[in-house]
Each structure stands twice: as structure tokens, then as C-alpha cells.
Design a protein around this ligand. Structure first.
Ligand SMILES: [Zn+2]
Length: 238
């Protein structure tokens, strides 16, 4: 771990000599600032959700959470390039991939009329301990880039995650609402009243997190919730 941390002190140019920039999917050498080669990018498994009236992501949330629309540009298959991108981003600390991922989500959302009208982008929160260990919250990094691209303000101060809710509640100086079924919390929910919000995460799997967060928000305020991720896992049939 210490050896890895010390890499931060090596000049980037020198680091690049020892660890040449390669495509995170196929390893092909690339110019600095590029993480995925054109060939791998072209072959990413696209979802095509923008052409469907009700896509599999939305169908998974039916009867669970009130969501206006949910979508993602790609499908995550086992050992696929999409999986390699997510893995490199989350576990190999290649945070510059947030730009690639954020761009892909942005261009996907631009194909819809209503997504771009959202008032705020809210990243799915990560437990502070986990975030400290990883160094970043991947959903927040994606949301930050998406916010820059779309000029929709990111709010990372409304949804929270903690395993120590009791202590947090005592300390809270503001109104904070907790989910009864999870360790998620929403603070100052009135700020979302009447707004349209875009919940952002890296991958949509079972939809459990989105389900909990959307219900928690709706318990305390009235707003429209949209969901966007980079990819959805598993079978796309629903
Ligand atoms: Zn490649």
C-alpha cells in the first residue's frame, strides 16, 4: 500500500515511462489522456434503451419505486470491456475514467427530451469509511463530470450513507430523515420539493439501492426522479 502511495510523488511523465498508458480493455498503447481505444469503444455492448418505451431497467423498478425514467448506455456482460472499464475505474484507481463514463452517459441522455431538464444531479452515496478507503465515490466522480457537461448542478449533500445513523442523528443540526430499512439518509429533503432530480450510479444491478433511495426521497418530499447509470448488469430481458 505504501509503495502504491509513493507513486503519487513520482512525476507523471516518469510514471508514464514505467507504466505506459494502455487501453483498460485490451492493453493497446494509447496517448496520454485516453483510457479506452477506439476499437474497444466501438465494440462496447450498447443498451439501445433510448429506442424502447419501457426498458429493462425501468421494468425492474416497476411496483417498487416511482421513477419517471431510468436508463444507461451499456450492458455489462461478464468479462466484457464494459466490466473492465468499471473495474479499472473502481478498483485500479483510474479516476480519469469518470470523464469517459460521464461523457457516455451524457450523450446517451441527450437522446431523451426530459432528462436534460433535471434541476439537480444526485450521486448514490457511499459510506464515508468505504470512500476513505477507496479515495473516492465512483458515483460522485461520474456525477461531477456529468454536471460539468450538462451544466446541471450536482448535489452531494442531500443523500447520505452511514452505518452509524444514531450518532449522526444526534449530531445533526439539520433535519435528517433516515430510511427504516437501510443506512441511507436524506437531509433537507424540502430542497428537492417540486424539482426533477437525476440519480446517478456506476452500475445498475438489482435496483435495490435505487428502490430504497427513491422511496426514501418520496416519503419526505414530492419530486420527479430520473435514474442514469453507465451500465446495467445481467440479462437485459425483463
Ligand atoms: Zn482497446
Amino acid at each position: 500500500m505504501k509503495a502504491l502511495q509513493s507513486l503519487n510523488y513520482i512525476p507523471k511523465v516518469l510514471l508514464h515511462t514505467f507504466f505506459p498508458n494502455g487501453c483498460v480493455c485490451c492493453g493497446k498503447r494509447l496517448n496520454e489522456g485516453i483510457s479506452v481505444c477506439l476499437s474497444c469503444e466501438y465494440n462496447l455492448s450498447i443498451s439501445g434503451f433510448q429506442k424502447q418505451e419501457y426498458n429493462p431497467m425501468e421494468k425492474k423498478l416497476w411496483g417498487r419505486a416511482q421513477i419517471e425514467k431510468a436508463t444507461c448506455p451499456y450492458i455489462l456482460h461478464k468479462d466484457s470491456s464494459v466490466q473492465k472499464i468499471i473495474h479499472a475505474f473502481k478498483y485500479q484507481h483510474q479516476t480519469d475514467l469518470a470523464k469517459f463514463i460521464g461523457d457516455k452517459i451524457y450523450f446517451h441522455l441527450k437522446q431523451y427530451a426530459d432528462f436534460t431538464d433535471c434541476d439537480y444531479i444526485l450521486p448514490v452515496p457511499m459510506h464515508p469509511k468505504k470512500q476513505k478507503a477507496r479515495g473516492f465515490n465512483q458515483a460522485e466522480e461520474i456525477a461531477r463530470h456529468l454536471s460539468k457537461r450538462s451544466e446541471i448542478k450536482m448535489r452531494n449533500d442531500i443523500l447520505l450513507k452511514s452505518s452509524n445513523i444514531k450518532t449522526q442523528t444526534k449530531k445533526a443540526r439539520w433535519q435528517r430523515w433516515l430510511s427504516t430499512s437501510s443506512s441511507y439518509a436524506v437531509q433537507n429533503p424540502q430542497e428537492l420539493s417540486g424539482k426533477s432530480i437525476l440519480l446517478v450510479d456506476d452500475v445498475f444491478t438489482t435496483g435495490a439501492t435505487i428502490d430504497v433511495l427513491a422511496n426514501l426521497i418520496h416519503e419526505h418530499t414530492n419530486c420527479k426522479i430520473y435514474v442514469a447509470t453507465f451500465a446495467m448488469t445481467g440479462s437485459i430481458r425483463a
